[in-house]
Design a protein around this ligand. Structure first.
Ligand SMILES: [Mn+2]
Length: 443
């Protein structure tokens, strides 16, 4: 017997960052969340799933029109033909939508109550499914504490929309801990809310299937559902299955000698040459190799990729002064590879010094990076710090004007500030060298 667990479908969620993608099949891409759901239902039919559990965030908040709901009902109706049941609950995004909470659903579909935790016994399948919907967008109680005890003689599954891992990129709704869930006595916890797939515990199982379809460049890699095989009342196999119709990827491509990660001692930061030459040809070659790999990994799905070029490179001056022609060349590399579309191409490079980098500069660089990393968690402190640094570089003053409104913006701005400060600090050492040294690809 097969039970399928999915969550965070976010059907008709607007996929972000598509406007910039020249020539991409945007109309197809916009339907990706729907097409992934059709694929999920196809898969349930092909494999004769007995039960589909949807652990919240089926929808993405208030609908633009009723078509979103009609689409969902029509797809669920297909499962009736094979006698499959559906048990679902409302997550925080569903609770936002009045329409989503009141849509009439077919008889074989059960929505778990929002008033109190509820148990659905499916005697013929030997299953008891426990769970509770969100009554409103914000649920800060530990819902799992109120879940009923396991039913004897049945396989017990708990469906729960929760932040069980303290994930900072997701709101801390219905918080609980893995050890609490493990102690509860169920055989499988079908979780939703965290969009990254993960098996948090085995026997008993505590599983996030992740979202069904990535929706932006922070939701990279394979996405889908989790298939649970049950034999003689016991779980014998649990595995993720890819249902996405489109992949997102972020490729960070370092050029030149690599500076060690945050917090490393300056000595460790001493340059390590990367395997590609620090030239435009080297950059394009590396982009081609990385894109080829993600296209291969995507198994025929279109890929939308963000490309971030980093490192201390001889190309810095050129990339900073006139990025457009090189962005076009990178787009041409992608176009040559087929169904892969650069969403954004960003150059976060620094100037490269001739010869060995001075220990003093590296130490200063490291100190700045550590300081910025520390301050990036506190917007107010960051602003204060930038104020103090203003005399160092006119560029910094400009950034103080722009109040960042997302973690991504803060990171982008920090990368640029860092680049400008280092540029200013290394003037006289580097600038003239960078301007003439090895900028042109060989013919
Ligand atoms: Mn969600």
């Amino acid at each position: 017997m097969l039970v399928v667990h999915a969550a965070d479908l976010h059907i008709d969620s607007p996929l972000r960052g598509l406007g910039r993608i020249e020539g991409a099949p945007v109309a197809d891409i916009r339907l990706a969340t729907r097409r992934a759901f059709v694929r999920l239902i196809d898969d349930c039919l092909e494999r004769s799933a007995a039960l589909l559990i949807l652990a919240g965030d089926v929808f993405d908040g208030e609908w633009r029109d009723f078509n979103t709901g009609l689409f969902f009902v029509r797809q669920l109706a297909r499962l009736r033909d094979v006698g499959a049941r559906v048990i679902m609950l409302h997550g925080n995004h569903d609770a936002e939508s009045t329409l989503a909470r009141h849509i009439p659903l077919p008889d074989h579909v059960h929505v778990l109550s929002a008033e109190a935790p509820e148990t659905v016994e499916l005697e013929s399948l030997g299953l008891a499914v426990h769970g509770q919907s969100y009554i409103s967008r914000v649920v800060v109680d530990n819902l799992a504490e109120g879940y009923p005890p396991p039913r004897r003689g049945l396989l017990n599954i708990g469906a729960l929309h929760t932040n069980a891992v303290g994930a900072s990129e997701h709101k801390n709704y219905a918080p609980c801990t893995v050890s609490q869930l493990v102690r509860h006595g169920y055989d499988y916890w079908a979780l939703g809310h965290v969009h990254k797939r993960g098996v948090l515990h085995t026997r008993p199982w505590v599983v996030y299937p992740g979202n069904l379809q990535g929706r932006h460049v922070r939701e990279t890699g394979a996405k889908g559902c989790t298939a649970i095989t049950v034999e003689d009342g016991r779980i014998t196999d649990v595995r993720h299955r890819d249902m996405d119709v489109l992949r997102w990827a972020e490729l960070v491509i370092p050029l030149g000698p690599q500076v060690a990660a945050f917090g490393a001692a300056p000595a460790e930061a001493a340059a390590v040459e990367t395997d590609a030459p620090d030239t435009l040809e080297g950059l394009l070659d590396r982009v081609r190799r990385r894109l080829t790999q993600v296209v291969h990994d995507a198994g025929g799905r279109p890929v939308i990729a963000r490309i971030v070029v980093t490192g201390a490179t001889r190309l810095h001056a050129r990339l900073a002064a006139n990025p457009a022609p090189i962005q076009s060349q990178i787009r041409a590399v992608a176009a040559d590879l087929g169904d892969v579309w650069p969403e954004k191409i960003r150059f976060s490079t620094r100037p490269r010094q001739r010869g060995a980098p001075s220990q003093e500069l590296l130490a200063l660089h490291q100190a700045l990076r550590d300081e910025f990393a520390r301050l990036a968690v506190d917007d107010r402190a960051l602003a204060d710090h930038l104020q103090a640094l203003a005399p160092v570089s006119a560029g910094v003053a400009q950034y103080m004007e722009q109040r960042p409104d997302s973690a991504e913006q803060v990171r982008d701005q920090l990368a640029e500030i860092e680049s400008r400060l280092l540029g200013a600090l290394s003037l006289g050492v580097d600038a003239s060298a960078a301007a003439v040294d090895d900028l042109e690809p060989r013919a």
